[in-house]
Design a protein around this ligand. Structure first.
Ligand code: GH3
Ligand code: MG
Ligand code: MG
Ligand code: MG
Length: 311
């Protein structure tokens, strides 16, 4: 429908070496409510495309300097062309040309002389399809994000942790760089819930997560909720000295929140214990073992009196 195109004012790039063809295409499509840009060969089409990012390209095949097939091939190299359909509008009717057009990335093909009623529908449908595809992609990206985020604390969840740790483990192995992992566990948190209730317990976890996010800001570092009241911090390209610094900051930051915990056996406030490990992953070493080592260190921090970190 005409109104649709007018509302969104989609931009059509018409590429044809014949001025008369450009003129009648422009005339017809403007009447349908589209905005129009023009180019008279493939080279010009690529320039205009990169400047204006049209919603669709109507592309002639036979043109001097750069023909439609070459132009279509080159357009596929641009990220911004991912959702821009190319509709070939050409006098070539042979099978080889049709095959070639689709092979180089055209989404559809119409022959000259143009059948206006058909062209009108093709242009409309191609633009709608590409808009729908863009929306779906955006939803998909958001879904991917949501499945790796913890709903309560908004840091990465266990799945996000596993994906990222796996990825960074492989990367550090390839680059022969140190990877550090800190596991943290809130002290006497069962008692906290018993004392203040589960809702206040939830809020406490949110505050701790926020405090961790506030201090762990280096690009590439990741804070995750590893389990109920356990957090994990992944520090790529970080040696023992760096991890010691961060682990110390974590304990300090939680202490500084000064969240009352009157039944804690170590402090009148909520505290956290941490265990960390640093290694340059070897070809034959195992990622699970690194997690296990951090967990052992955490256990030692608990055994040594809590509110501290151990390597
Ligand atoms: P420790 O110092 O040895 O770590 O003692 P703890 O009491 O923290 O350890 P324990 O593992 O016995 O208890 C963990 C508690 O964390 C029990 C559980 O109810 C609580 N918890 C786990 N997930 C959540 C959550 O999402 N919200 C709240 N409020 N509590 C949680
Ligand atoms: Mg031509
Ligand atoms: Mg625990
Ligand atoms: Mg605990």
């Amino acid at each position: 429908m005409k109104a649709d195109a007018q509302e969104s004012q989609s931009l059509v790039l018409i590429v044809d070496d014949e001025p008369f063809i450009r003129l009648i295409l422009r005339h017809f499509l403007e009447r349908e409510g589209y905005q129009i840009a023009e180019a008279q060969n493939g080279i010009e089409a690529i320039n205009v495309f990169n400047q204006l990012h049209p919603d669709i390209v109507l592309l002639d095949a036979m043109m001097p300097d750069m023909d439609g097939f070459e132009c279509c091939t080159q357009l596929q190299n641009f990220d911004s062309s991912k959702y821009t359909p190319v509709l070939m509008v050409t006098g070539l009717e042979d099978q080889e040309s049709v095959d070639r057009a689709f092979e180089v990335g055209a989404m559809d093909y119409v022959t000259k002389p143009v059948h206006w009623a058909v062209l009108r529908q093709r242009v409309k449908r191609l633009i709608e399809q590409s808009q729908l595809q863009q929306k779906l992609e955006a939803v998909n990206v958001e879904l991917q994000r949501l499945v790796t985020i913890d709903g309560l604390t908004q840091v990465a969840n266990r799945r996000g942790f596993e994906e990222y740790f796996n990825q960074e483990w492989q990367r550090m192995k390839r680059d022969k760089c140190p990877l550090s992992l800190i596991l943290c566990d809130v002290d006497f948190f069962k008692l906290y819930n018993d004392t203040y209730g589960h809702r206040i317990g939830d809020r406490c976890l949110q505050e701790i997560a926020k405090a961790l996010k506030d201090i762990i800001k280096r690009p590439g570092d990741l804070v995750a909720r590893y389990g109920g009241e356990e957090f994990a911090v992944i520090l790529p390209n970080t040696d023992t000295e760096g991890a010691t610094h961060v682990a110390n900051n974590i304990c300090h930051a939680v202490r500084t929140l000064a969240i009352p915990h009157k039944n804690s056996q170590v402090s009148p406030h909520v505290t956290i214990s941490a265990g960390f490990t640093t290694e340059i992953p070897e070809p034959d070493s195992n990622l699970e073992e690194m997690i296990y080592a951090a967990d052992r260190a955490l256990y030692q921090a608990k055994a040594a009196g809590r509110d501290r970190f151990v390597q």
